[in-house]
Ligand binder design. Structure first.
Ligand SMILES: [Zn+2]
Length: 338
């Protein structure tokens, strides 16, 4: 009791450099509970041909698995990983809020690789339990019928989702009129935004051509009032056009999410020169994101690395908090666009 009281009286430690952090790109779905009901999420855990990947072993070690190199062959063997693990991770790294990336996509035959994290799961497990810590976007399968797409968008809006996400490497070009334009029209009607993947992907059935941010230019031309978040800023694909999209179109924003922070030493993975150019040309439209949980074991280091980048303090603040906060929680959402 006395100890609890003294802890309660302790001033809360400020995050590194006093900077608030909004992680605009984390992936829920890999948690242990009910993982069999979320297609595509067991792939992180189950050993392929009896081999455990370095990423998996590091994640398991960080979660306290005493034997992280022993191959996992069934869901029961997955270490405890839940929304509480996420909160502990965010607290440790000084991350106040995070955007949960919903998924709903399938690659073409013969792969038919499905990746789906249902909106109901995100709502019950994350948004309802920690409403101050999370916001979310819903994955939209653009290969579904018009009726199905509209119904899932209506549902996600009702459940409090801020926007929708399209996974181009498996879904196709974002400027595909038949598959995508009804989703964009509905976004305008519901006052939601769209997030479009422009990074690299390796899951079976991926087509690299669909990841090129040049196709976002078409969408921005045809929907000047639709807010578009370009995920990964075209890294390893076409980072120059990704920057140009943000300069040219007032409605295109970008994150700087990379698969691993060490890649930020390299030219095609949002390195310092890339970040400095974004600072110079579009300082109010760039968000920090981590792609966790893949980097779970070094999450705090990744956040601190970005805090240490040689950019101005003003831009650091915008990159780590202000821009994402204004985008996801700002007043524009209650204004009528149509
Ligand atoms: Zn991602």
């Amino acid at each position: 009791m006395a100890e609890n009281q003294s802890n309660a009286n302790k001033p809360k430690k400020l995050p590194l450099m006093g900077l608030r952090v909004f992680d605009s790109h984390i992936h829920p779905g890999w948690e242990k509970k009910g993982i069999e009901n979320r297609p595509g999420y067991l792939r992180l855990w189950l050993a392929r041909e009896g081999v455990t990947s370095a990423t998996q072993a590091a994640l398991r070690a960080a979660l306290g698995d005493p034997n992280p190199f022993k191959p996992i062959t069934k869901p029961e063997e997955i270490p405890e990983f839940s929304v509480e693990s996420w909160i502990a991770l965010m607290d440790e790294a000084g991350v106040e809020k995070a955007l949960l990336m919903g998924m709903d996509t399938i690659s073409d035959p013969p792969h038919n690789w499905r990746w789906h994290c249902p909106v109901e799961y995100i709502k019950e497990e994350f948004l309802d339990k920690y409403p101050d810590r999370f916001v979310a976007v819903a994955g939209i399968n653009v290969k579904a019928s018009h009726e199905e797409k509209m119904a899932s968008m209506e549902k996600s809006k009702q459940l409090g989702f801020k926007g929708v996400k399209i996974h181009t490497p498996t879904a196709g070009y974002p400027n595909d009129r038949e598959r995508c334009y009804d989703v964009y029209e509905k976004c305008l009607e519901l006052n939601m935004h769209v997030e479009i993947h422009t990074g690299v992907e390796e899951i079976p059935g991926t087509r690299a051509k669909y990841q090129d941010p040049v196709y976002i230019d078409d969408v921005a031309v045809d929907f000047p009032d639709l807010k578009i978040l370009q995920l990964h800023c075209g890294n390893m694909n076409n980072p120059r056009i990704a920057i140009w999209n943000c300069i040219r179109h007032k409605n295109v924003y970008t994150d700087i999410t990379v698969p691993h922070p060490l890649l930020m030493h390299f030219k095609y993975y949002n390195n310092v020169e890339h970040i400095k150019m974004l600072e110079a040309v579009v300082p109010d439209k760039v968000f920090f994101g981590s792609d966790a949980p893949l980097i779970y074991s070094i999450y705090k280091t990744a956040v601190e690395y970005v805090k240490m980048l040689p950019i101005s303090m003003d831009f650091r603040k915008k990159l780590l908090w202000d821009n994402a906060y204004n985008f996801y929680c700002g007043e524009w959402r209650s204004e009528k666009t149509k």
